[in-house]
Design a protein. Structure first.
Length: 301
């Protein structure tokens, strides 16, 4: 595996280095390219700091939260100033920062107020996060898109690539609540959970993973009634409301969807899109069921 990249033919190598098209590589070569990219930046490939996307019919990488968080630590990126402006229907955040070499830069992040289901505070935080990640990538001299930018590109398509480098799924990226875009509508989300579950058909979930799933879903529904909302979500996504009775492969499927990462305090936080989908899920699920509460009074089994 270590020498897989050396067998890339000249035309494929040209496409990767000049055109940035990773689809020209074999699955094994794609894995090695991914690992070497991480190694060149000092990133841990096991944390999946990058994901795949097609832009202009080219398969390429984009940076996720794990990438920018690690890069800030490795490169010593510090934020000097954050300026939040309320302009029309958007929040515009300008951040200034520097790295350990003394190099400084300025970047902005723009988010619509209607983002995050109209939650103004969350939209503001998202704008700050977007600006900080853009600044980090800029200071590190990287031209990659950040995941907060990817979701705003209408023609972008996310690509699911297995650990062995095989391209197994393509999906649109976007901001509509209905349709085959992120955040996913109910039916699309159920289909993805089923796909993940099939992938884990022969895998076993331990107690720790089952606990992480429960904690992750409860974080999505933080506040009063989180347990009940978790029951409703599991029922609609898997057909089983009890986390204790949920088959192992569906536990792992839910974890794939939540994509939990640890914050600076050690807490496991679900992916932002998964949180939006989990919250939106209940609205559509309850409308379909024609009732306000689906499992009122149900206790954890």
């Amino acid at each position: 595996m270590e020498n897989q990249l050396t067998v890339i033919d000249d035309s494929a190598l040209e496409q990767v280095l000049i055109g940035g098209d990773l689809s020209k590589l074999s699955p094994a070569q794609r894995v090695q390219y991914y690992k070497r990219t991480c190694e060149s930046l000092g990133l841990n490939p096991l944390t999946r700091p990058f994901d795949y996307i097609t832009l202009n019919n080219k398969l390429t990488l984009y940076a996720k939260k794990d990438a920018t968080d690690q890069l800030r630590s490795i490169k010593g990126v510090s934020i000097d100033d954050v300026d939040l402006q309320d302009i029309g229907d958007t929040f515009v955040v300008k951040v200034k920062g520097h790295d350990t070499t003394g190099r400084s830069d300025v970047e902005i992040g723009v988010v619509r107020k209607s983002d995050m289901q109209g939650n103004v505070a969350n939209a503001q935080m998202k704008a700050v996060t977007k600006a900080k990640r853009r600044l980090t990538l800029s200071l590190c001299g990287l031209g990659w898109l950040d995941e907060t930018e990817v979701e705003t590109i209408p023609d972008a398509k996310t690509i699911t690539v297995s650990e062995s480098g095989d391209i197994i799924e393509e999906g649109n990226v976007g901001k509509k609540l209905i349709g085959n875009k992120r955040p996913y509508d109910l039916e699309t989300l159920k289909s993805r959970i089923a796909m993940f579950a099939e992938k884990h058909a022969n895998d076993t979930a331990n107690d720790g993973q089952r606990g992480l799933m429960v904690g992750g879903l409860n974080t999505c529904y933080a506040g009063e009634g989180a347990d009940m909302k978790r029951h409703e979500a599991l029922q609609f996504l898997t057909g089983e409301a009890s986390s204790k009775k949920l088959p192992d492969n569906f536990v792992l499927a839910i974890l794939d969807w939540l994509h939990l990462t640890q914050d600076s305090g050690g807490a496991y936080i679900p992916d932002e899109m998964a949180v939006r989908e989990a919250q939106t899920l209940l609205t559509y699920a309850r409308k379909e069921a024609g009732q306000e509460e689906l499992f009122e009074g149900q206790s954890e089994e």
